[in-house]
Structure formats: structure tokens, C-alpha cells
Write a protein that binds this ligand. Structure first.
Ligand SMILES: NC(=O)c1ccc[n+]([C@@H]2O[C@H](COP(=O)([O-])OP(=O)(O)OC[C@H]3O[C@@H](n4cnc5c(N)ncnc54)[C@H](OP(=O)(O)O)[C@@H]3O)[C@@H](O)[C@H]2O)c1
Length: 300
């Protein structure tokens, strides 16, 4: 497949205007790994809205991309101008930083001009991956994020919220939940603008909340009672298993709650202001907008 053919087949603009059609034919695509997930989907949408051609990297995309199958890596990099590097399921899983290093080296060898790494705040394993990317032979930007607000609407916390009872192994610890829309806006900027090369952005929301505070914001916004209770780590793990989560997911979520949510992230970062020149979105705004979609309407 020629370079030009590849770029044309990667166009993802639903209804491109004539000028966008010209632009997408001339420009190589941005590769968005995890491009169907919470952050990647939003990054891809923002790039497409600017007329930037996007190639999605995911197991469900065509061609398929799988972190666990290096044979799928080189094809996806062919002709890409820059890469949004989202490792799945999480940078905390064993082998993640080695995969990130090998993928970044392949990207540099393939002529990719820059990489934007999605990283986690307060995670030793994520910081190991960051160090490897910072030493890679291509320009980089790191978006180091606190706990995503969208974990409450697009992840494992949605079901307990719908039931009206959320039980977690956390008590008074606070977290500056960050909105995935803010992360995606910073990442999309960094993928197309050299100004962000060599920057590490700590992305958090503007306010520290306990998990109970966050649940009560959601209860208020969706006008229904939701109870929060603190449970032991053992009860939490048993509950996730009983809810049918795969053992790998149970281990990962339990690990993240027991290590990252110990108060180490109870401070605000200023990456959104630094990158975008505006404050981050507050959790209450996220809760209000998300409630309007009906996703938290109870199941009864
Ligand atoms: N959740 C948080 O609070 C938080 C905070 C800081 C940092 N992070 C970081 O954010 C990243 C996850 O981002 P997210 O929450 O936006 O993702 P997500 O919503 O969990 O979606 C995962 C994405 O990756 C793809 N994927 C899953 N397994 C894959 C595999 N083996 N190979 C290739 N692609 C795969 C999925 O598509 P397919 O299923 O089609 O493959 C999907 O596009 C992790 O690196 C994590 O460390 C998360």
C-alpha cells in the first residue's frame, strides 16, 4: 500500500467540507491509540473537528492494533505524523513500560514527528514509562493525569451509581478529579503544535473532593439519592469479583485504590492552565452536563 493510499483510507471525517477534503489528502494522520476509549475518543473527535486526519489504534479498529501483539505495531505506525500514546489497560500492569519503550522506538524509526503520552499521577510504573519516553529519540509531551471524572460515568463506577449504593475502600482521602474533555483538549493541542514539545503537564481538576463529595455532586446533579459507604479492601475485592469483573481487572482496580489513593495526589496541578490558558472544568460542571445525557438515570 502506498503512503498516499494509506492516508486516504485513514480519513475519519464523517462529512468533510471541500477544504477539509483537500487538507486530509495532503496531511498524514495522527495515530490515536486507545482511540475508542474515554480519553482517546475525545482526542480523535477534537482532531477530526480541526480537519486533522485520524487513525484509531485499538483491537476493534481496522487494521487491528494490540499492545499484546507486537506484530500489529509497525503497520499502524506507517505514515503517521504523531502519536497519542495511551497504553491499555493501564500503565501499572507488568510489562507496560517496556512495551511503551519499544513502541516509541519503533515510532521514531518510522519517522513519527512527536508523541504525547497519557500518564497517571502518583504511579511509580507510569513514571517509569514517562522516563523512557523522555529519553526516546523524538519530541514528546507528557500529560500526567489525576483520577478521571469519567470513571463515574463511563467505567466500573457507573453500575453502583445506578443502583444507588457506592462502596469503596476510601474514606477522607481527597482527589482532584480531572475531566477527560480537558485531557483531550490538551493532548490534541500537543499533537499538532510544537509549542508543547518537552512539556510535562500535570492535569487535575480545580478542586479536591473526597469520593463521597463526588458521589453527592452526582446525586445532586441527577436528582436521586446515592449512598456512599467506606468498606475494607478485602470487601471491595470480593465485591468486584462477585460483580463479574475479570480477575485481571479486579487486581488492577484493587491495586490502584490501595496505592494511588493514599493522599499522595491530594494537591492541585496546573497543567490545564499552562497548556490552554484557562482553568480546568469543575467536577460540578462535569456532573451537571453528564446528568443531562441521562446516563445516571436509575434502572428501576
Ligand atoms: N482511569 C483513570 O482515572 C486514569 C488516570 C490516569 C491515567 N490513566 C491511564 O489512562 C489509560 C487508559 O485510558 P482510558 O481510560 O481513556 O481508556 P479506556 O476507556 O479504558 O479504553 C481503553 C482503550 O484502549 C483500547 N485497548 C484496550 N486493550 C487494548 C490492547 N490490548 N491493545 C490495544 N488497545 C487496547 C480499547 O479499545 P479495544 O477494546 O477495541 O482494544 C480502548 O480504545 C491507561 O494508560 C491508564 O494508565 C487512567
Amino acid at each position: 500500500m502506498t503512503h498516499t493510499t494509506r492516508i486516504q483510507s485513514d480519513e475519519t471525517l464523517a462529512n468533510p467540507t471541500a477544504s477539509q477534503r483537500m487538507t486530509t489528502r495532503q496531511r498524514p494522520p495522527v495515530l490515536v491509540l486507545g482511540g475508542t476509549g474515554k480519553v482517546g475518543r475525545r482526542v480523535a473527535d477534537r482532531l477530526a473537528a480541526r480537519g486533522v486526519p485520524v487513525r484509531i489504534g485499538a483491537r476493534s479498529a481496522a487494521p487491528t492494533f494490540d499492545w499484546n501483539n507486537p506484530a500489529t505495531w509497525s503497520g499502524i505506525l506507517d505514515g503517521a505524523q504523531s502519536v497519542f500514546l495511551c497504553y491499555a489497560p493501564d500503565l501499572a500492569v507488568p510489562g507496560a513500560s517496556q512495551a511503551v519503550q519499544e513502541f516509541t522506538e519503533q515510532a521514531a524509526a518510522a519517522g513519527v514527528a512527536r508523541v504525547v503520552l497519557l500518564s497517571g499521577r502518583g504511579e511509580e510504573e507510569a513514571e517509569a514509562a514517562e522516563r523512557l519516553v523522555r529519553h526516546a529519540p523524538l519530541p514528546w509531551t507528557i500529560v500526567r493525569c489525576s483520577w478521571f471524572a469519567q470513571n463515574f460515568s463511563e467505567s466500573f463506577l457507573l453500575d453502583p451509581i445506578l443502583v444507588g449504593q457506592v462502596a469503596l475502600p476510601v474514606d477522607t482521602v481527597t482527589e482532584p478529579f480531572v475531566d477527560c474533555d480537558d485531557i483531550a483538549e490538551v493532548a490534541a493541542e500537543a499533537l499538532v503544535d510544537d509549542r508543547h514539545a518537552g512539556q510535562l503537564y500535570e492535569l487535575t481538576g480545580p478542586r479536591l473532593l473526597t469520593f463521597d463529595d463526588a458521589i453527592q455532586e452526582i446525586a445532586r446533579a441527577s436528582a436521586r439519592p446515592i449512598r456512599f459507604t467506606t468498606i475494607t479492601p478485602e470487601e471491595f475485592t470480593a465485591g468486584l469479583t462477585a460483580a463479574g469483573l475479570h480477575q485481571d481487572e479486579v487486581s488492577l482496580v484493587s491495586y490502584l485504590f490501595s496505592t494511588v489513593l493514599d493522599g499522595r495526589n491530594s494537591s492541585l496541578g496546573h497543567g490545564v492552565e499552562r497548556a490552554l490558558g484557562r482553568p480546568p472544568r469543575d467536577f460540578a460542571d462535569y456532573a451537571r452536563e453528564t446528568a443531562k445525557t441521562g446516563i445516571w438515570s436509575s434502572r428501576d
